[in-house]
Design a protein around this ligand. Structure first.
Ligand code: SAH
Length: 211
């Protein structure tokens, strides 16, 4: 019974995403089948498929499905293989990346959120994910480059380490700002970076501290 309700709610959510301009069929397919209720507290179950951000504890939120879809669609356009996410949070965006792309790397600064997300993602048989607990301003490591990078918390400025860790031909999708934030898609062509403003957004801050 509950699963039928969730399937209907997921279908309705996907219809809304289409109305809001999401066109990538693979992204829509994954979002129509992924059980978002597993990434939130059971007390919020009734809102699992609302097109809104929801609290996940530790003052953080699971991102709004529309923004998750938009950011994923922006990187899917270049067919990346190796993708980095900054801000694992609940693991919802991580799960979507894991189902669409070959190798997923995800960084989270709060150990308790990382542990919970890992458990959820294991339950969903997402095994192509590498996890790190560290300051996302530093990216994954200077030895790695990624075809695409998604940042799910807002820095006040684009982290330089992420620009270096973006492979030539790659895309970095990042919300930037404090009260007023803009989502940017930054493309690297050899050693030049080209920035496109996508739309205004509202994310929790990418905390600036070394842990
Ligand atoms: N993608 C997540 C969004 C979580 S909110 C989801 O769909 O659930 C953003 C996350 O970024 C939070 O979990 C927060 O702890 C994390 N975060 C904030 N600053 C960070 C930093 N400097 N390094 C790594 N993670 C950070």
């Amino acid at each position: 019974m509950t699963s039928t309700i969730n399937q209907l709610a997921a279908k309705k959510l996907v219809q809304q995403l289409v109305q809001l301009g999401i066109t990538d069929q693979n992204v829509l397919q994954v979002m129509s089948t992924l059980p978002r209720q597993l990434f939130i507290d059971s007390s919020l179950m009734a809102k699992a498929f609302d097109n809104t951000a929801l609290p996940i504890g530790s003052g953080q939120t699971i991102s709004q499905p529309y923004i998750v879809a938009k950011m994923t669609q922006l990187i899917a356009q270049i067919k990346p293989q190796k993708v980095l996410e900054i801000g694992t949070g609940s693991g919802y965006q991580t799960a979507i990346l894991s189902q669409l792309f070959e190798q997923v790397y995800t960084v989270e600064r709060l150990r308790e959120l990382q542990i919970k997300a890992k458990a959820t993602l294991r339950k969903l048989d997402c095994h192509n994910i590498k996890y790190k607990c560290r300051d996302g301003w530093l990216g994954w490591s200077e030895q790695h480059q990624f075809d695409a990078i998604i940042v799910t918390a807002a820095p006040i400025d684009v982290p330089q380490a992420l620009l270096r860790q973006l492979a030539p031909g790659g895309r970095l999708v990042v919300p930037v700002g404090e009260q007023q934030q803009m989502l940017y898609c930054i493309e690297r062509k050899e050693d030049q970076y080209y920035q496109t403003a996508i739309e205004p957004v509202k994310f929790v801050p990418l905390v600036a501290e070394i842990i």
